[in-house]
Design a protein around this ligand. Structure first.
Ligand code: HEM
Length: 253
């Protein structure tokens, strides 16, 4: 093995190396979430804004951009999970050897919660990608932007996708679980990076809560407001008015 390989292996084998990997990939994932939430909120500006944004994401760098970004995201997500599992195992075996005769000693409640809420995130992400990225529902996959039928209608798809109350309930429960994971994760992250002390603990706790609440409200506003019919597909008034056509006619054209 060459020197770089040895250094990387040593880094991975050390507990602080794995903690840093969890922290850095965690920062990347939170960055993605903030950007994704802000992008999603374009739905409140209307069909054109959201569809333009989705079109841009799929076409920048001649379509390569989204794949570079996806590879980065998958890499960060995979490393985050593998390093976390390795740390949990290390902690567990250290605890088992310390408390070899005490069968009542268990993993701390917060770390058990992190594992369960983390698994919920994984289940949610798989469902969500099948729902809105792969679009296993042929009705959602077939939606075309009435203003530009050559492109997919992400705006219409999201609103139609949240017409089913079971799907809305699933998003609400899964994203709420996911936010508990995030809240705990953000403060652990500061600790790992050595930035949490008695002095900063209060501020860090508040930052974690503020980011989590902003993401919770931002993400859930869309399924919630759709389910109570406040956010609805109003068609494309510009084109309908210009041509005196109904939305159905526009979609068919
Ligand atoms: C209710 C809130 C959410 C809405 C409305 C929403 C909407 C969407 C839409 C429309 C897409 C497909 C974009 C496209 O292909 O044009 C997408 C992709 C995605 N979303 Fe969400 N999302 C929400 C919450 C979340 C959350 C909480 C997570 C993470 C835990 C997440 C992770 C992802 C991922 C990983 C993708 C795939 C990105 C890619 O194409 O590579 N989303 N989302």
């Amino acid at each position: 093995m060459n020197a770089l390989g040895k250094a990387l292996l040593g880094f991975w084998e050390s507990s602080i190396g794995k903690k840093l990997i969890v922290a850095v990939t965690g920062i990347m994932l939170v960055g993605f979430l903030v950007a994704h939430m802000v992008g999603n909120l374009l739905i409140f500006q209307g069909r054109e804004s959201l569809n333009d944004y989705a079109y841009f994401l799929h076409h920048f760098l001649h379509g390569w951009g989204i794949w570079i970004f996806r590879l980065g995201l998958i890499g960060a997500f995979t490393l985050h999970i593998i390093a976390t599992i390795a740390l949990v195992r290390e902690n567990r075996s250290a605890r088992n050897s310390r408390y070899a005769y005490d069968a009542t000693v268990q993993a701390p409640r917060s770390s058990r919660m992190m594992i369960w809420s983390g698994l919920t995130v994984l289940g949610f992400v798989i469902f969500h990608i099948l729902h809105f990225t792969i679009r296993v529902d042929p009705d959602l996959a077939a939606m075309k932007d009435p203003m530009d039928p050559s492109r997919h209608d992400v705006y219409g798809m999201v609103i139609k996708g949240f017409q089913n109350p079971i799907v809305v309930l699933f998003y609400i429960v899964a994203i709420s679980f996911f936010c508990t994971h995030l809240n705990h994760g953000i403060s652990s992250l500061f600790q790992t990076l050595g930035l949490r002390s008695e002095k900063t603990r209060w501020v860090i706790g508040k930052i974690g809560i503020a980011v989590t609440i902003a993401l919770w409200l931002g993400f859930l506003s869309i399924p919630f407001l759709t389910s109570v019919n406040i956010l609805k597909d109003k068609g494309s008034p510009e084109k309908s008015a210009a041509h005196g056509a109904s939305v159905e006619e526009v979609v068919k054209s």
